[in-house]
Design a protein around this ligand. Structure first.
Ligand SMILES: [Zn+2]
Ligand SMILES: [Zn+2]
Length: 429
């Protein structure tokens, strides 16, 4: 596993451009002659299906794309790779979210399952997914007829590594990762010479007051015990010091666990933006473009209750409750497509001594790199933990009974809403 992992880690590829990573996964899959492999599903997506007699069908998904981040670690297998991004610029690439770990762990779990094939029955589907970081990989696999290429799963699983004590397995029922709504808002004013503000409707001032007023949604409209994030992460206006531009663009990233609250906040955003536009005296209505929409990851109670006792047995004290994570994931697109329950759990990868030092000093937020940080680096011993956790989850589900159509109502944006956004945002290959 270490060799395979180090190879993936050295050569991270950007979302949608994972050609060599997919080729290496296919090469590794040649070690598993009893698994029926299908490739190029929705881009570089791959499935491997092991049919082993009568029993449930369990799907486990691992993603495999990297990020445009320059790695800042001192290991000899650090990435020095770079790639052209969608704009044609060469950027350094890094497995800063640990998707190389997920993929290696799933291959490891396949080996464990293969070694014990006489002791379980059913069907296992290993699914290797590209383009998670753009939130389009799962949509593309589903959209490319995934359901016609693999047996229908009864349950879907995935795991994600996180900053946390190495080897801990965190799991919980209910919402564990947020929904994500990305909105680009264009504010139209009237351009003029910078010395003649009275001839303009200044979109820079309009954007500034809008941004400040948007802060009041979470602080004044959301109940204090509810989770919501509305971040204005990008502001663009003007190119010259002596020109008042005629428009400004702000981009918002919004996160929620609760779908009702999400809809309420989206309405509040529109209300505030329209009111600020009116207050500025702008004539043209603002434009709202939804450029990203993912549902929350809402873990099934049934799957949790099926797997957790096995995690407790295999990992003992290292099996703990998962705190909800404010990041978002496109994994749930796959189980929602099949209408089946699912579970996402996390695996800690930070060396324990380092974690304990930082915790004792009250410096966890400062000293421990999180996912997407250039210094994020899993301890190698956690590869085995990832493989064992995956195999444990799969075997637990193979040993359970799954009623058809159980537990599929997860709330969240409708499939049509999400599809509309996914099609709009899918970059050209
Ligand atoms: Zn990520
Ligand atoms: Zn990730």
């Amino acid at each position: 596993m270490e060799d395979v992992y180090k190879h993936f880690h050295r050569y991270p590829e950007l979302s949608g451009a994972e050609e060599k990573t997919a080729a290496r996964i296919l090469e590794e899959l040649q070690r598993f002659p009893d698994w029926e492999v299908t490739s190029t599903i929705g881009g570089y997506g791959i499935t491997a299906v092991r049919r082993n007699g009568d029993g449930p069908a369990v799907l486990m998904r691992a993603d495999f794309d990297g990020l445009p981040v320059a790695e800042n670690t001192d290991v000899d297998y650090k990435s020095q790779h770079s790639q052209l991004n969608a704009l044609g610029q060469r950027v350094p690439t890094m497995h800063a979210c640990g998707h190389d770990h997920h993929t290696t762990s799933l291959l490891g779990a396949m080996a464990l399952l293969e070694d014990s094939a006489e002791r379980w029955a059913g069907t296992v589907i290993a699914l290797f997914q590209p383009a998670e970081e753009l939130s389009v990989g799962a949509f593309r696999m589903v959209g490319d007829g995934l359901a016609q290429k693999i047996p229908k799963p009864d349950v879907c699983l995935t795991q994600h590594i996180i900053a946390g004590p190495a080897g801990k397995i965190f799991s919980a029922a209910g919402p564990v990762m947020t929904s994500s709504t990305t909105i680009e808002i264009t504010l139209f004013g009237r351009g003029a010479h910078a010395s003649m503000p009275h001839r303009s409707v200044d979109p820079v001032v309009l954007a500034a007051s809008t941004i400040m007023r948007l802060q009041t949604i979470v602080s004044r409209e959301v109940p204090p015990d509810k989770f919501a994030v509305i971040t204005v992460a990008s502001v663009e206006a003007g190119k010259a010091n002596n020109v008042i531009p005629d428009s400004a663009k702000i981009s918002l990233s919004c996160r929620f666990y609760d779908e009702e609250l999400r809809l309420k906040c989206i309405e509040a955003i529109k209300r505030i933006v329209r009111a600020e536009v009116a207050a500025a005296g702008a004539e043209r209505e603002p434009e709202f473009k939804f450029v990203g929409l993912l549902g929350a990851t809402n873990n099934s109670d049934t799957v949790f209750r099926t797997i957790r006792p096995h995690f407790d047995e295999v990992f003992g004290e290292d099996s703990e409750d998962m705190e909800p994570w404010t990041a978002s994931e496109d994994f749930s697109v796959i189980p929602k497509h099949f209408g089946v329950p699912y579970l996402l759990w996390t695996v800690g990868i930070t060396p324990r001594a380092k974690w304990q030092r930082a915790q004792a000093a009250g410096r966890l937020d400062i000293d421990i790199p999180t996912n997407h940080n250039p210094a994020f680096l899993p301890e190698l011993s956690t590869l085995e933990v990832g493989a064992r956790a995956a195999a444990t989850g799969i075997l637990a589900c193979l040993g359970a009974q799954w009623a058809p159509g159980e537990d599929t109502t997860q709330g969240g944006p409708t499939a049509a809403e999400i599809d509309a956004v996914a099609v709009e945002t899918a970059p050209a290959d």
